[in-house]
Design a protein around this ligand. Structure first.
Ligand SMILES: Nc1ncnc2c1ncn2[C@@H]1O[C@H](COP(=O)(O)OP(=O)(O)O)[C@@H](O)[C@H]1O
Ligand SMILES: O=C(O)C1=C[C@@H](OP(=O)(O)O)[C@@H](O)[C@H](O)C1
Ligand SMILES: [Mg+2]
Length: 176
């Protein structure tokens, strides 16, 4: 009897808010696993032919989310490490397809995220508004990250390498 061929799928999918370290941890993880790393943002840019920021501003968030959903479906058919943009999980179709994958939610609070993204450098209103927006989005999205996560890894106060090492342990059968 022949086993059915396994379809290509990522070894791990990273989700989390902006500044949680998806890109940084994704690259460290890919190095540790000897695998490649793909990001939905890069696929959206390929599909749109413009940078993510321009898709957002010129075409609007709704169009960005459509392209991001298409990009997500494409990257989930690849192997290695996959990084999904911070807001992709707001789409029910994206959450549904992620239930079939090994997903790590990189958790982070505003204090660490603000340092990493750089909006802790000023107390002016223009710096405070992004901080408030990050908090508001994270409150709304936390249950969605948790819903799709196989494991949640707290990244607060930890190095990129330390987080990547823990994800490898989890993939190799350790406990969170
Ligand atoms: N655990 C961490 N500790 C310190 N800096 C980090 C950590 N994770 C990410 N960073 C840094 O924070 C910034 C944002 O991280 P990034 O990986 O781009 O986040 P995301 O892709 O989730 O938005 C980058 O400069 C990155 O090097
Ligand atoms: O949180 C979001 O809604 C977004 C996060 C970004 O990706 P990162 O999470 O990699 O920063 C990018 O997809 C876009 O700017 C929207
Ligand atoms: Mg990123």
């Amino acid at each position: 009897m022949h086993a059915l061929p396994r379809r290509t799928r990522p070894q791990v999918v990273l989700v989390g808010p902006p500044g949680s370290g998806k890109s940084a941890v994704g690259h460290a993880l890919a190095e540790l696993l000897g695998a490649g790393c793909v990001e939905t943002d890069r696929e959206v840019e390929r599909l749109a032919g413009t940078p993510v920021s321009e898709v957002f501003v010129d075409l609007g968030e709704a169009r960005f989310r459509e392209l991001e959903r298409e990009a997500t479906m494409q990257v989930l058919a690849r192997d290695g490490v996959v990084e999904i943009g911070g807001g992709a999980i707001t789409d029910p179709a994206v959450r549904a397809v992620l239930h079939d994958h090994t997903v790590v939610f990189l958790d982070v609070g505003i204090v660490d995220a603000a340092k990493r993204i750089g909006f802790d450098q000023s107390s002016s209103m223009v710096a405070l508004l992004p901080r408030r927006s990050w908090i508001r989005h994270m409150e709304a999205r936390r249950p969605l990250y948790t819903e799709v996560a196989t494991w949640t890894v707290d990244t607060a106060g930890r190095s990129v390498q330390d987080v990547a090492d823990q994800v490898v342990e989890l993939l190799q059968g350790g406990t969170a």
